[in-house]
Design a protein around this ligand. Sequence first.
Ligand SMILES: Cc1cc2nc3c(=O)[nH]c(=O)nc-3n(C[C@H](O)[C@H](O)[C@H](O)COP(=O)(O)OP(=O)(O)OC[C@H]3O[C@@H](n4cnc5c(N)ncnc54)[C@H](O)[C@@H]3O)c2cc1C
Length: 567
Amino acid sequence: MIVDSRSIPHGSRIEADLCIVGAGAAGISIARRFAGTSTRVVVLESGGEAFEATTQDLSRGENVGLPYFPLDTARLRWLGGTTNHWGGICRPMDPEDFESKAWIPNSGWPIAERDLESYYEPARVMCGVSSGDWGLETWRQRDRFKPLPVRGDRLDTRIAQIVSPEARSFRITHRAGIQAARNVVLQCHANVTEIETNSEGTLATLFHVATLDGNRYTVAARQGVLAAGGIENPRILLASNRQWHEGVGNRNDLVGRFFLEHPRFVGGVLVPFDRRLSVGLYDHHKVGAVRLLGYLGLKQATRDQEQLVDVQMSLHPTLAGSFQRSAESEDMKALHALVPALRQGHIHQLGGHLARVAEDLTSWQALLIPGAPLPAPFPEVVGKLMRSTPFEAQALIPDLMGDIAARGYAKKFGAPIESILLRTRINAVPNPDSRVTLGDDRDPLGIPRVRLDWRLTSLDRHSVRRSLEVLGSEVGRAGLGRVRVMLDDHDGPWPEDLAGGWHHMGTTRMADDPRWGVVDRNCRVHGIRNLYIAGSSVFPTAGSGTPTLTIVALALRLADHLKGLLA
Ligand SMILES: Cc1cc2nc3c(=O)[nH]c(=O)nc-3n(C[C@H](O)[C@H](O)[C@H](O)COP(=O)(O)OP(=O)(O)OC[C@H]3O[C@@H](n4cnc5c(N)ncnc54)[C@H](O)[C@@H]3O)c2cc1C
């Protein structure tokens, strides 16, 4: 059932068996796992069922480290959380992501991949991922695109899947399931402002709730789960500092530390000898109904030998002039705008886009002699084509067919490649100095806004450089082209296009020893008997996959653990 917390009587105290803070991927997964049981579940969600700027503004914060996205755009604060605009790219963690490596400080999880294995399948279904097959070999048989023909002893091609746009938002796909569950009450517009504990700090006794219109009440639950995202989870713990000046769960000064992202930037360029080199596997494409995306990485043995962290390399071809211009043209932009406008029924936006697309699609008519009894091109067009080499003729396609048809042609048959940008994504080193703290400003509810100090290490940089060098030497050895590495190995500034992947991890990391982690292997906050954390803030390392599938798998595992306690 979904209710509005603004209508809950002021000052009331609600009793529940389980209180979940946040209804994004993690919170909704736990709530749905409890649907239909006898456990009384209350979910406290800051946002409503639609985007509201005043609520979103509660996520505003300050970046004081490496350049990062504005914090109020890097996550979403309404029902469904950030799944309302995530990219849907999914890949589970690899077994080695859980291992500790002597040369990677603070690496390793207290659990292994086998502890999560059985949860990846239900997580896949929750997330709307089409297939449970993640191995290259299965797809290789069916995919029209093939991996780069380089020797496989140092490099491998990995496959991620992309959830189709209409299946991405947990607000849309799981709303009915939550609404129908009589034991689950999801309270919208309910901001948790503080977690109160008993006097020893060993039990979470109350969740304090505030709405933006001034309502206040509390929730008392036998078990509580913080599932507010990788930046808000530490913020809520740190801001709960009325009883404990360091915040809740922070006796060892670890809450907010070890902030991890998947840093991305263009680290090199591959100039292929054959301008028709097939790299379609490394772009979004479909095999049947399944959306796939490939990327390259160094094999584990090579990384172990060279003492590197994992760096994923994706290939982004720049097409020959005319094709590249058509890919970036206003007509293509109109097409990209038209598709979501049509899907979401924004009729008022359709007119301009539709006219632009229609004009582009019929631009070939300008090449025909008007009024001819049969479609006949102007003689100059025919002459130009006849004088061209096959390569030149292909480059004329955008001029002849229009930008949209040319883009379709390039996707289907390929287009001459000028160069291939190598975008690198790092499974970054866990770093205690990369951290979320509370800033001096407060939001309208009186909670300090966050200050993010994102940092990377020299091992991250060295790993990017070496990974690209290995790729370069394998590409050269296979006679495919030359790679230019653009990142130097000195501790200078990071490239200007450095960005994250909007993945916020590590800020309440998992470790068996409370001196090294905020939560234990069951995601329970060390020292507090009934407080748990769900989401990527518990990841001790970022991993080489994408976080959301693992967030959901961990959330389902946590739900089963809690079921055992609440039975
Ligand atoms: C543009 C973009 C693209 C992305 N693409 C990908 C991708 O391709 N693949 C991938 O794996 N991941 C991707 N991500 C990340 C993905 O969205 C997150 O990993 C995922 O949504 C995290 O789930 P969560 O439940 O932990 O947090 P969220 O989904 O952020 O949900 C947290 C919920 O908690 C609520 N909340 C916050 N504070 C409070 C409070 N004080 N009281 C009550 N409620 C609160 C919020 O309103 C929100 O609903 C992307 C993110 C962005 C922004």
